[in-house]
Design a protein around this ligand. Structure first.
Ligand SMILES: [Zn+2]
Ligand SMILES: [Zn+2]
Length: 136
């Protein structure tokens, strides 16, 4: 694989930064090697479940739904526990666990969203423009 100059520069910058200012992973305590990972290490990000297009979710609240339905019925899946909620729709990037949970908790202290989290949001479930605005 051919790395672009910007990727090489970022990798070098990350290496120097982790030597000068080592940061412990908010989940497991290991060293965070890349700025893009934010407060969690790459291993914890890999263990965190990020939702994909294949996951079946409640169309209103976005919670994972068990089982499977035909493609044309996916938009009708509802958990019914959210029927009384005032919002029209909500979506999550993934399960509230591991690196994702640590990132959400870190947002309470510092208003910074890691590059990996932004990419997860973009690479995950696609929706309408309105749904994308309401994510997080
Ligand atoms: Zn970790
Ligand atoms: Zn629901």
């Amino acid at each position: 694989m051919k790395l672009k100059l910007a990727d090489k520069t970022n990798a070098l910058y990350d290496a120097v930064l982790s030597l000068l200012y080592p940061q412990a992973c908010a989940v497991c305590g290991a060293s965070v090697e890349a700025r893009a990972d934010g407060v969690a290490c790459a291993t914890c990000w890999q263990k965190t479940r990020i939702f994909s297009e294949d996951d079946l979710i409640c169309w209103k609240c976005g919670i994972l739904a068990p089982g499977s339905v035909p493609e044309e019925k996916r938009r009708e899946v509802r958990c019914r526990r959210c029927d009384e909620e005032a919002y029209s729709a909500a979506r999550a990037v993934g399960a509230y666990e591991g690196a994702l949970r640590a990132s959400v908790l870190a947002l309470k202290r510092e208003p910074h969203v890691s590059t990996r989290l932004v990419r997860s949001r973009r690479d995950g479930r696609e929706g309408t423009a309105r749904e994308r605005r309401e994510c997080f």
